[in-house]
Design a protein. Structure first.
Ligand SMILES: Nc1ncnc2c1ncn2[C@@H]1O[C@H](COP(=O)(O)OP(=O)(O)OP(=O)(O)O)[C@@H](O)[C@H]1O
Ligand SMILES: [Mg+2]
Length: 369
């Protein structure tokens, strides 16, 4: 599965785009502010209906305009599918797949599975749980088909319960009304998360066995004590929840914990070692996906040179390529990519200048290798 062609209109500073991609590596280079991340955001719209940088439409639509469109040709098992997304200010988004209107973003996510690595991803090991949970849920969403609807039910019942917790004079009986739905959907998503987390953690451990540069323990925390059922913990914590006007424990607090010698990795490891944890986490996600579906997800890697040195980046890229992922990688300098170009004969290079994207061939004047 890979994106063959992309057409973009009115995304950020980009001039109209119509490009065809390599099914392996696509390198995108250009000066700061030229439009590289905007280009990756357009690809992300094809996969999720939104940018990986912002879930809102307004920031990605070109200034002073009311709508933007992204159109892509996607190869799935040799057949070409046409995906179009229009994002508007005020009227929502419109999605069409093979000329049929689609009302659910999840259809896109299943057709064009994609992961994005950018500078935020490197906070995976230092930041809060939200990001780690989101990535685990990305895998669960793909592997467990009932997960999405359970997750939507859980999110809605949690929202209602939290709103009630904020309501003055709310009775415990009124609060209990949301409990059955919250508990059943919460238990369901947790069960599915546990299965996928096991799969993911085993894969991460296997990756660390190959290159054991430091000890790493990875554990799944479901968001509340393993000694209690979700119903018990919600009942036991009711007074505290009422005081804080918020549901303090539950699947919305689930996390993946990385420790080394019983200490948080962020407190012990060097920046380079932390990056290596992050890279293996993404690699493990791709590997689990590949093992489940036989195809690898598409990878967007924004501003790779600022995060990894050339040698480490080349290793990472080769690992993703060996899984069969189509890669889109941005960087400011083309020189940084010289060694990739020598090794990856099918790579394509795109230059971004003031929002204009042009493909460069190996013989072109601006190619420096
Ligand atoms: N909605 C918008 N409409 C028009 N231009 C925008 C909009 N949003 C952002 N921009 C501009 O688009 C340009 C490209 O931004 P982008 O983040 O894609 O650059 P970049 O090439 O990734 O830069 P860097 O190397 O610094 O990461 C910037 O000048 C930015 O100010
Ligand atoms: Mg950028």
């Amino acid at each position: 599965m890979y994106i063959k062609r992309l057409q973009v209109n009115n995304i950020r500073n980009l001039k109209p785009v119509d490009v065809r991609f390599s099914e392996s590596v696509n390198l995108i280079y250009g000066l700061n502010g030229s439009g590289k991340t905007s280009f990756l955001e357009s690809l992300s719209v094809l996969s999720s209906g939104k940018s990986f940088r912002s879930h809102l439409s307004t920031p990605i639509i070109a200034r002073d305009l009311k709508s933007a469109t992204v159109f892509g040709e996607v190869d799935i098992k040799g057949a070409t599918h046409r995906v179009g997304v229009e994002k508007t200010i005020g009227k929502g988004s419109f999605i069409r797949v093979d000329q049929k209107t689609v009302t659910n973003n999840s259809v896109l996510a299943r057709m064009v599975p994609m992961l994005a690595i950018d500078n935020q991803s490197f906070e995976l090991v230092t930041g809060g749980s939200k990001f780690r949970r989101k990535l685990l849920d990305w895998l669960v969403f793909h592997v467990k088909h009932g997960f999405h609807s359970d997750w939507l039910t859980f999110r809605e019942s949690l929202k209602q319960r939290n709103a009630q917790l904020k309501t003055k004079g709310i009775s415990k009986r009124e609060l209990a009304a949301w409990l059955p739905q919250l508990v059943s959907s919460g238990e369901a998503i947790t069960e599915q998360r546990i299965e996928c987390a096991d799969f993911l953690i085993n894969t991460i451990n296997a990756l660390f066995e190959v290159e054991k540069d430091f000890n790493l323990t990875t554990e799944f925390d479901r968001g509340w004590s393993i000694e209690k059922s979700l119903e018990e913990v919600l009942n036991d914590n009711l007074e505290i929840d009422l005081r804080y006007q918020n549901t303090r424990k539950g699947p919305h607090r689930a996390d993946i914990l990385f420790t080394t010698d019983k200490k948080k990795v962020s407190e012990v490891l060097s920046r380079g070692q932390l990056k290596s944890v992050v890279c293996r986490f993404y690699l493990a996600l791709c590997q689990c996906f590949k093992e489940s579906f036989g195809v690898a997800p598409i990878l967007l890697i924004d501003d790779l040179p600022s995060e990894l040195d050339q040698e480490r980046a080349q290793i990472l890229i080769n690992q993703f390529l060996s899984l069969g992922s189509q890669l889109f990688i941005t960087g400011v300098e083309l020189n940084y990519f010289d060694s990739f170009l020598k090794q990856n004969k099918h790579a394509k290079v795109f230059h971004v200048k003031h929002g204009t994207i042009s493909e460069e061939t190996f013989g072109s004047e601006s190619f420096t290798a």
